[in-house]
Write a protein that binds this ligand. Structure first.
Ligand SMILES: Cc1cc2nc3c(=O)[nH]c(=O)nc-3n(C[C@H](O)[C@H](O)[C@H](O)COP(=O)(O)OP(=O)(O)OC[C@H]3O[C@@H](n4cnc5c(N)ncnc54)[C@H](O)[C@@H]3O)c2cc1C
Length: 277
């Protein structure tokens, strides 16, 4: 039986997310929580693998108690079990501690896992760090931004798009893959699945003590990264209208913006002129 772990995060629905212009922070508590769209695609990838071979899907979410909703949703979509890692002492974890805690649970309770799937990046914080950091913590190989995965015996074939071409990798398992936001269109939630998820829920809650975290552990304090400021960038473009004869205008353009154009093109235009001559 193929054991697949899917990491899913609950995020606020962005369209409802109010912004506190005074503090520059998001008022997360006022928005409805949904399954992070990239996590949902990772779950879809797992569900499609399960359609082709016997597999057991364990969905793990770390977050506040309300994040249990997305585990019900995962079960309704076809996950076999859900685990919520939740504790006030884990609140405020940065990506480093989030990966550390997810890895601690996986090492402790899912020893025979085969594949870990994550979304490429979340819709709220969007750092794209949890997947690769989790692979480091578990000491397994990882491939990010996958468009398609296919299990081949003891390996996995992973396809991803880079600019205008596709890359295809083969990776030994166990391993971790992050699924790109544009891949794996998520399926609709069937009523039958919703019934099962609510009549026979298979969801566990694990706290800091059960995870064996030190009594003094406090994620807010122990996280090595701090958010120093949050602000909306302001556009700093200057529009200029240049008038006159074309040759004069081109000379003027290169006189004033030559350095910028050279650095954008990756070559020194003046040197290049001499080369051509
Ligand atoms: C009690 C509690 C309260 C929390 N409150 C918040 C909060 O208010 N805001 C907040 O952003 N975070 C909160 N967290 C979670 C944690 O701090 C973030 O998940 C973490 O910093 C992820 O950063 P990111 O969104 O940039 O992840 P990315 O690196 O962009 O995520 C990439 C992928 O990693 C996986 N992943 C990321 N985070 C989680 C997770 N928590 N659980 C399972 N899989 C995950 C998903 O597959 C995701 O698609 C809370 C945690 C706890 C225990």
């Amino acid at each position: 039986m193929l054991k697949i772990i899917v990491c899913i995060k609950q995020v606020p629905m962005v369209s409802e997310l109010p912004w506190d212009s005074r503090t520059g922070t998001l008022k997360r508590n006022l928005a409805e929580g949904i399954m992070d769209p990239a996590s949902r695609r990772a779950l879809e990838a797992a569900l499609q693998i399960k359609e082709s071979r016997p597999a057991h899907i364990c969905a793990i979410a770390m977050g506040p108690a309300m994040a249990e909703e997305i585990l019900h949703q995962a079960q309704a979509l076809g996950a076999d079990e859900g685990v919520l890692l939740t504790d006030r002492r884990m609140a405020g974890a940065d990506t480093f501690l989030t990966s550390h805690i997810l890895a601690k649970f996986i090492r402790q309770e899912c020893k025979e896992f085969y594949l870990v799937l994550c979304g490429s990046q979340t819709s709220d914080s969007e750092t794209a760090q949890v997947g690769p950091q989790l692979a480091e913590e578990l000491n397994i190989p990882a491939i990010t931004y996958a468009n398609h995965v296919e299990i081949k015996d003891q390996t996995i074939e992973v396809q991803r798009q880079v600019d205008d071409f596709f890359e295809i990798f083969n990776m030994d398992l166990p391993g971790l893959v992050t699924i790109d936001l544009g891949a794996y269109k998520p399926r609709y939630l069937a009523l039958e699945g919703v019934e099962t998820a609510f009549e026979k829920p298979c969801i566990r809650q694990i706290n800091a003590e059960q995870l064996g975290l030190d009594a003094s552990f406090n994620a807010l304090k122990d996280s090595p990264t701090r958010i120093v400021d949050v602000y909306s960038p302001t556009a700093q473009k200057e529009n200029r209208v240049m008038k006159g004869a074309v040759k004069k205008l081109v000379d003027q353009l290169f006189d004033e913006y030559g350095k910028v154009i050279s650095s954008a093109m990756g070559k020194d235009l003046k040197t290049h002129e001499h080369d051509e001559a």
